[in-house]
Design a protein around this ligand. Structure first.
Ligand code: SAH
Length: 411
């Protein structure tokens, strides 16, 4: 999704750079479907059966690292923390020793508190008089000194870039000491401050994506429609982020649905609820009604999926591919029931970790008039459920119709 020319200024490469986000949305093999502690809270049945819960690349809010990497793989993370601490502690260099980490005997630079202790006088050994304080305790290894110097240089460069890192036309700083020095010397700091700026931009966009995503999963479909109407840029940001997330999965569920439709008669009429960039409509020969809140493609009919402009019992296949987002799930699925012909197919592809209790969900679907035909829980990122319309919905709350919001953690 989001893939496609409608992404406007900057294009996909820029979008990819700016929205490097964690793939916390999805996917699991049957054994790893469960939520994680602090994730959606609660245990996923297959995971529970397996006796343990793997961290999955696609789990919603499962991955605390930034940009799809676990935090421990982020060499910059400790530095950031160290710098903030340094600032808070008034360190002029910004090269604070990572004291918090020292407590665990760990050093971000790969060293350890133990290594530091090795450099201490015997008096610091167990049984000797108490720990050496002040300067002696802070004796730094050669590696730590190098890191400290590096941090100092970095901070100086950031200062040279000026507030906001303003730049002149040629990518050089508009003003500042580095413009006065020899060009060779100025280039490296400038590059570094440009990189810093890009990183900040990236984080801002990632934060916006997380916010919009959260809005979509925690509000009704009507509120989501209002959000995108009042802020079309929000839609663009959301779709860039979405595309990036799903692009990291080994398989995109929309391709599974396309393959499924290609095996069925082309005469079947399809309704794609929350169609995004209309991948389905552009991939099959069937007549496809594509519904979304904002048109990423001219094929989109703009509407709230809880109220689509289709006659009763007019479609053969209704699809929700990663699109069951609003909190008014029942209303949305009742709408799908309304437009589906008796015996028609409902396909639901949804992020695996969103399901609290798959059996309860399937039972709730039965109350809404959908009989389970098949469940494919084999993908680590998403579940693919097929239902057939058995009749009209029972007009009362379908208990068990719960999906966790697919939220992303800040990385
Ligand atoms: N099905 C597509 C897109 C999934 S992203 C795919 O798999 O590639 C979810 C899509 O649902 C987004 O495009 C979002 O705009 C849309 N959506 C969310 N709430 C909606 C609503 N209430 N009505 C219509 N579309 C909605």
């Amino acid at each position: 999704m989001g893939r496609g020319g409608a992404h406007g200024a900057g294009g996909p490469a820029r979008a990819a750079r700016l929205l490097d986000l964690p793939p916390q949305g999805a996917g699991v093999s049957a054994g790893a479907l469960g939520p994680q502690p602090g994730d959606h809270g609660g245990a996923h049945a297959p995971a529970a059966a397996a006796g343990k819960r793997r961290r999955l690349p696609g789990d919603c809010a499962a991955d605390p690292g930034r940009d799809g990497e676990p935090a421990r793989k982020r060499p910059g993370a400790w530095r950031q923390a160290g710098r903030s601490r340094a600032a808070a502690e008034g360190s002029p260099s910004g090269a604070a020793e990572p004291r918090g980490l020292e407590q665990n005997g760990q050093r971000p630079d790969g060293g350890s508190a133990a290594a530091e202790r090795r450099g201490k006088r015997p008096s610091a050994e167990p049984g000797a008089p108490g720990p050496v304080s002040g300067g002696a305790a802070r004796r730094l290894s050669r590696r730590q000194r190098r890191n400290k110097q590096k941090n100092q240089r970095r901070q100086e460069n950031e200062l040279q870039a000026g507030p906001g890192g303003e730049r002149g036309a040629g990518g050089r700083a508009a003003a500042g000491p580095d413009t006065l020095g020899p060009p060779g010397l100025a280039a490296a700091p400038l590059e570094r401050s440009a990189a810093l700026r890009a990183r900040m931009e990236e984080r801002l966009l990632a934060a916006r994506f997380r916010y919009i995503n959260q809005q979509l999963y925690t509000s009704t479909s009507r509120e989501a429609a209002q959000l995108f109407q009042s802020d079309p840029e929000a839609f663009e940001i959301y779709h860039r982020g979405f595309a990036q997330q799903v692009g990291r999965w080994p398989e995109n569920p929309v391709h599974r649905i396309v393959r499924y439709l290609r095996r069925r008669p082309t005469s079947l009429v399809v309704a794609d609820f929350g169609c995004g960039d209309c991948k389905i409509a552009t991939s099959v020969k069937n007549k496809v009604h594509s519904f979304d809140l904002v048109p990423l493609s001219p094929l989109v009919t703009v509407c709230d999926m809880a109220k689509v402009p289709l006659a009763d019992e007019s479609v053969d296949v209704a699809v929700f591919c990663l699109a069951l987002m609003g909190t008014n799930l029942q209303e949305i699925l009742e709408e799908a029931n309304r437009v589906l012909k008796q015996g028609g197919t409902l396909m639901v592809a949804e992020v695996a970790s969103r399901f609290e209790d798959i059996r309860a969900f399937v039972n709730a679907m039965a109350q809404l008039g959908f009989k389970s035909v098949s469940k494919d829980l084999s993908n680590a990122f998403f579940h693919l459920l097929e239902f057939a319309k058995a009749g009209p919905p029972r007009r009362r709350p379908a208990t068990g119709l719960r999906l966790r919001p697919c939220l992303y953690k800040r990385r």
